[in-house]
Design a protein around this ligand. Structure first.
Ligand code: NDP
Length: 245
């Protein structure tokens, strides 16, 4: 990872922060996108810098293609190239379909699915020219098995898998790999909103008997972004304590 350039969306907190810290600890430099929580983003930046990384922060929604253009342009301006793209930014707007608004459906698809497309579109040409590159997309157990109250989120995360496999086929001959990681339930702000009772019930559905930690997911993402994963493409790695087998 030494001196590699990694772009991580949604890197200010949660799983994204753990991914950034892991990259930084292995010697990579980082371009970190986030939606608007500057305090958390500055915290992550300082933590990565302490590990020796150079870090550039780029705020803005990945749902906006102009933000993604800027994100990649700033990476190139600061470091000259992009070796790794991690599409981690994600949101939930849960509700049963009877109560789910069209706005909530669109918002989740725009950030989780279109946001990843926006960023992949910006880096694909460059990585093809470089004849090297790693793209890792965050899917979810919900995109594989579904979940009541999350038709929007499940659609976005299932879409990520289809998009990952398709782009993997497009870029494979140029030495660029595209893979996905599908986390189970991980302890972050996203799952903090679930009540204690729901978390306890969830825990019972996880064969390993515990929710995941952000670092569990970061380890798989960084593996797929490294040299040891050079012959792996179009795959989905499930990091979920055994929920999907
Ligand atoms: P968090 O809610 O903890 O953090 C979300 C991150 O995404 C923040 O950095 C946030 O920025 C950023 N973000 C939100 N919206 C946008 C946007 N429109 N544009 C750019 N950045 C944005 O999420 P997690 O760490 O839990 O989740 C990370 C990824 O993992 C997501 O894709 C999620 O769907 C997936 N995942 C999570 C699971 C879990 O159990 N936690 C399970 C399965 C998948 P800011 O701080 O500025 O708001």
């Amino acid at each position: 990872m030494k001196d590699r350039v990694a772009v991580v969306t949604g890197g200010s907190r949660g799983i994204g922060r753990a991914i950034c810290l892991k990259f930084a600890s292995l010697g990579a430099n980082l371009v970190i996108n986030y939606a608007g929580n500057t305090e958390k983003a500055e915290e992550t930046k300082a933590m990565c810098e302490k590990l020796g990384a150079k870090v550039v922060l780029v705020p803005g929604s990945v749902a906006d293609i102009m933000v993604c253009e800027k994100l990649i342009a700033e990476a190139v301006e600061s470091f000259g190239r992009v070796d790794i793209l991690v599409n981690n930014a994600g949101i939930t707007r849960d509700n049963l379909i009877m109560r789910m608004s069209e706005e909530d459906f669109d918002a989740v698809i725009d950030v989780n699915l279109k946001g990843a497309w926006n960023c992949m579109k910006q880096v694909s040409r460059m990585m093809m020219k470089q004849r090297s590159g790693r793209i890792v997309n965050l899917s979810s157990v919900v995109g594989v098995v579904g979940n009541a109250g999350q038709v929007n989120y499940a659609a976005s995360k299932a879409g990520i898998i289809g998009m990952t496999k398709s782009l993997a086929k497009e870029l494979a001959s140029r030495g660029v790999t595209v893979n996905a990681v599908a986390p189970g339930f991980v302890q972050t702000d996203m799952t903090d909103v679930l009540g204690e009772e729901m978390k306890e019930n969830l825990q019972k559905t996880i064969p390993m008997g515990r929710l995941g930690e952000p670092e569990d997911i970061a380890n798989a993402v960084v593996f797929l972004a490294g040299d040891e994963a050079s012959y792996i493409t179009g795959q989905v790695i499930h990091v979920d304590g055994g929920m999907v087998m």
